[in-house]
Every structure is written in structure tokens, then in C-alpha cells.
Design a binder for this molecule. Sequence first.
Ligand SMILES: [Zn+2]
Length: 443
Amino acid sequence: MNELSPGSKPPEIHRAEWVVPVSAPPLRNGAVLTHRGRVIAAGPFAAVRRDSPAGARVTDHGRAALFPALVNAHTHLEFSALRGKIPFPQPCFREWIPLLFVLRAGMGPQAVDEGLLSGEAELLSNGTGFCADTTNGWAGVGRGPVGAAEGLSGESGCCAFAACGPAAARLERRIFLELLGFNLDSVAAAIPREFLTRSREAAKKEDTTLIPVPHSVYSVSPAIIAESKEWTRARGLPFSIHVAEHLDEIEFLQGGKGFCRELLEMVGRWDPSWTPPGKTPIEYLDCLGALDSRTLLVHAVHMTEADWALAAKRDCTVVFCPRSNRNLSSGRPWIEKALSLGISCALGTDSLASNTDLSLFAEAAFTLDNHPSIDPQKVIEMITVNPARSLGCKSDFGSIEPGAKAHMLAVEIQSGIDESNLAEALIQTGKEGAWKWVSSAQS
Ligand SMILES: [Zn+2]
């Protein structure tokens, strides 16, 4: 870029001891040129300054590392008002679900909305710029920039994003509308009518759509899983589902018995015509045509060797939520196995109903502490470029490269850190909160 349009704010050169693009090796004494909220170039400081237009303003971030805003691959912001209401660890998933049902039933719309706002603020305050938010229908529809009806009825394309927060640090969301209905035979039947009405009204004002996805293999009929996958595939959108999270799910698919069956009967959703497939959750999803490169498998705690091989073959992304699994005593995900097979891996915090905070840096630090053989650079990718790619926002988020949004963090880096331990230092320092947002003029 050589010319500035009259009246526009000048480009900015952000210099720092480190620039960590993630999609390329770290740069020492690097710089990022930004203009109108976008990255124009990243490289060695001298080269960036030499090639910048006259009048570009230099901001020196000293010893910091410039790092892209984090991408949280799985959360439920509508549960944010439940922070601290459920003690951890819970003895098991079947003990936790009744607590969640009771607490959720006691939350009025105002509590849900206040929780949403506080959850969004917490994500931002922990360095997250983009999240995949899963909702049962309360995700701020009608209160903010969210719409849905046209997309949900399959009548049009969509952009499926919502945004909030000040311009310098905006949180954007990919919103999944979570379907429930084991005894229902279509996506339309599983979407509450009052939700459609509210979202139609919101869609008149905004250009955002929710993506209907099944909650899990034990709470949604096979017809809905297949239809919703087809709906997302036809639009090139991501598809997300909780899978292999706990042993009750495995037992249910094998023989149609156990806690999941009891739960469905209790809520009046059991379908007596359903035949247990006798498969693992991954095999079952594959038979329903639900596995491909746009599918995000959330949790994946109880996987067989064949399941891992199938997830790799279908090029799925696996979203791990290790602190949620620990808090619900669900098990320890085999992240090392997924990485060894070259599977695209991401991290999510899950919600404040199963976690103590929404800090992705804390999730990454927990992963390093509990999986010490994993290369910290891989964990960096799990909170940036990998989820950005699988959620369809890679052109804007997940790396510092030309064209991306200039949503960056300046993370303090101690002296003595070199390229070999930079990734681990980033995660630990990020968890301690020693970072700040790097603002960039939008105009
Ligand atoms: Zn979840």
C-alpha cells in the first residue's frame, strides 16, 4: 500500500520483541502493519517500516509478543449465570444433568440475558475474539445482532455471525442452535415455534443466522442428525455435536439402556420404535453421513482406536474441553492420540455450568499441565488457527497475516525466552493475565 485516501486514519506499525503469526514461525523484533482494522503486512520491523506508506504511525509494544485474538471452539454463553452454582468435581455426568435441569428451569429471561452479557465480557477479558456459542434458543436473539428465520427454514444463505463489544476488542460469535428431540423426525419439528417468531423479527434488523445442529446422538433422532448435517453441508457451514462425552452414551447406543434411556423417558422424549445401532457414537454418526471436514466433534473422551482412525479419515475437527471433562468426572480425553493421527484439534471452555471460567488461556495451560508430552506449539494452534479454520472464520481470525482482522493481543514476555519456549511462555503468561488488547483504528 502506498497511498492514503484523504481523511482516512493513517496506517499503524505495531512493533514488538516478538510477532507470533501462528500460521508462520515467530519473528523476533517484528512488526505488524494495520489499517482500517485489518492486517496489511507482518514481518521484520525494518522491512515493514521500509515498505509502509509515509505517515504510518509507530507503536512500540516493547518486550511483548503480538498474538492473534483467541478462538474458543465450544461454549454455551446462555449458562453463564450459573457460574459457581454447581460444585466441582461432580461425581459423574448423570449426577450433574439433574442439577443443570433444575438450575436452568429457575433462570428467567433476564438472568439468561445478564449471563450472556457477562459471559461475552469474560471472553473478551480473557483474550477471546471469536467463539462458537451453542444455544437452546436464548443466544441474545432479539436483544442484539442476531437473526435466524430465513436460514433456519432453508430459504437462503447466511453469514451466521453476531458481534458485540467495543470496536477495539469485539467478540464475534458463530452461533449453533442446539436441537433436542429424540422422538421428533425433522429439524423444523425440533425448533420451538416461539423461537422462530422471535428470530424472524430479529432477522429483519440483522444479517445473522443461527446454525441448527443436534445436541448429541442420545438426545436427537437419527433423522434430525442427518437432515441438519445435510443443511449445513449444502451451505458450506460447520456442524457441531457433543459426542462420546460419557460412558452412558456408549451404553445407550450399544443396547438402548441405561441413564440416557431413563432420561429420555423422564422428559417424555423416548421413541420405542428406535433400534439401538450397536455402534460407537462415531460409527453411528458416520452411518448417518455426519462426518466430514466441516464436522466438529465436541469432547471425544470415550473413543476406540477405530473411532480415532475414522475421525482422521473423515478429516473431522475434534474439540476438546478437558477441564469440563475433569469437572464432570467424564474422563481424560486422549489428545495425544488425535494429534498423532494429524487430526485438527481445538479447545473449548464449555460453559460455566461445567467450568469455573471462560479463559481459553487457562484451558490451554491445563492441557499442557495434564498432557506434558504435547508440544506447546500444538496447543497454541488449538486456540487460534485450527478452530478458526473449522468454524469458517480463518480469513478474519486465528493468525496474523494480510487480510485478517487486526484483533491482536500483546502478551508480556520475560527476558530469556527464546523461540523454543515461546509458545509455553505465551500460554502461561496469558493465563496470568499479563497481556492487553492491541487496538487498531477502524477507519
Ligand atoms: Zn457443550
